[in-house]
Design a protein. Structure first.
Length: 399
């Protein structure tokens, strides 16, 4: 009787190689599974399933983690306005945590002897998957053919052609990962420091001209409505905004960062809805939170994003920070007005019952209604008093 291996399968070049290698070279019973985090429609999933069976898998399963991914992860990325290196909304790195967790639970469910993934030996995913599998299913052995065999993409293509596999190998030159929180694009250009991705490498092309205004409504930090259309779950609102914004080719960029294993890496990404949501949410927060709420949020959110990026979702400190972030959102409710243009967007303003910029208390740079000029004179003396003393004491010594 053959031993079972659960293969994290996307239908791309790496996992196509793995499915054949595991079944034919290692003589294992391959059970492929794809975890949908909101990036695939029914037709795409059906196509991936057909591809899996063509590669010789014994069974193929789809695990839909879209709402759970939002509930356990994405909502905190929004609460924290998380952008890695002020650029990247953690489109794929956040997904990988959810995917690895779901795959581990599936491997446990079917009693697999092995679990396999198509990560190379150069990136972050190998650490994320290995670590989460070690945490959740320590008794299951991990197989990583691409990493262990040190294969180039050219070598994988050659192997698949030798085994009679027909696929779009030109398209396979780019590694594309889709999810509700964005799509990553990796290829030969991102292996350099100076090249940008060619226009046709981006999965979503510019199809809209002109501009349009959209209104996002948040309730306690969560996106609940767009243009006065209310959704029963924030994932539906995110997907609807993606439909509106992505034809403008908004949210394209290349992220440069430090990998978990200590080398620099580049990856292209497009994340129209995530970028609009984060900037809109942050603007609403700047109106509704106090200075020190914003300050501590920035610090803890930065740590949260970095630790999540490195796959450490299951560290209990993450639950502590999530509790803090949730508590900060009590008054983050209101509407945000955004203008969409080709390749860019602009946050125009907000409307909220919790707006601390109320003109009842004064207008910045013009007038105030709650203090006098004499109050400010006295406050300025007290506020700078310790620094005045320091300079009097130390200035005398210097002279």
């Amino acid at each position: 009787m053959k031993e079972k291996v659960v293969l994290a399968f996307s239908g791309g070049l790496d996992t196509s190689f793995c499915s054949i290698y595991l079944s034919q070279d290692l003589n294992l019973e391959v059970h492929s599974v794809i975890v949908n985090t909101g990036g695939f429609g029914a037709e795409e999933l059906a196509d991936i399933e057909r591809r899996a069976y063509k590669m010789g898998v014994v069974s193929h399963a789809v695990v839909d983690e879209t709402e759970n991914f939002y509930n356990t992860c994405v909502r905190y990325l929004i609460y924290g306005n998380v952008l890695k290196n002020n650029t990247y909304p953690l489109s794929v790195s956040a997904e990988r945590v959810s995917q690895a967790t779901a795959i581990a639970l599936y491997a446990k469910k079917i009693g697999a002897d092995y679990v396999a993934h198509g990560s190379t030996g150069a990136g972050n995913d190998q650490v994320r998957f290995d670590m989460i599998f070690n945490i959740l299913i320590p008794e299951v052995k991990i197989l990583t053919p691409i990493r262990d065999l040190k294969l180039s993409r050219e070598a994988e293509i050659k192997y698949l052609k030798e085994h009679g596999v027909e696929m779009n190998f030109e398209k396979a030159k780019y590694s594309i990962n889709k999810g509700i929180w964005g799509t990553s694009v990796g290829g030969k250009e991102t292996l350099t420091s100076h090249e940008g991705l060619p226009d046709d490498a981006w999965p979503t092309q510019l199809t809209k001209e002109g501009s349009e205004k959209v209104t996002l409504e948040f309730k306690q930090g969560e996106l609940i409505a767009i243009n006065d259309e209310t959704f029963d779950h924030p994932t539906k609102a995110i997907q609807h905004l993606q439909e509106l914004a992505s034809p403008y080719a908004i949210g394209r960029d290349i992220h440069v960062g430090d990998t978990i294993i200590g080398i620099k890496g580049r990856v292209g990404f497009e994340a129209a809805a995530p970028m609009v949501i984060i900037k809109a949410h942050h603007t609403l927060e700047k109106h509704t939170l106090t200075k020190w709420q914003l300050s501590w949020k920035d610090q803890l959110s930065s740590f949260y994003g970095n630790w999540l990026h490195e796959g450490q979702f299951h560290d209990p400190v993450m639950r502590n920070i999530e509790s803090f972030l949730t508590d900060t959102q009590q008054n983050v409710s209101g509407k945000v007005f955004v203008q969409l243009y080709p390749y860019r967007f602009q946050v125009l303003g907000i409307e909220s019952a919790y707006d601390l910029m109320s003109n009842k208390f004064g207008s910045y740079g013009e007038m105030n209604n709650t203090w006098t000029g004499d109050d400010v004179k006295g406050f300025s003396k007290i506020f700078g008093n310790q620094t005045v003393i320091y300079h009097k004491v130390n200035g005398a010594k210097e002279n």
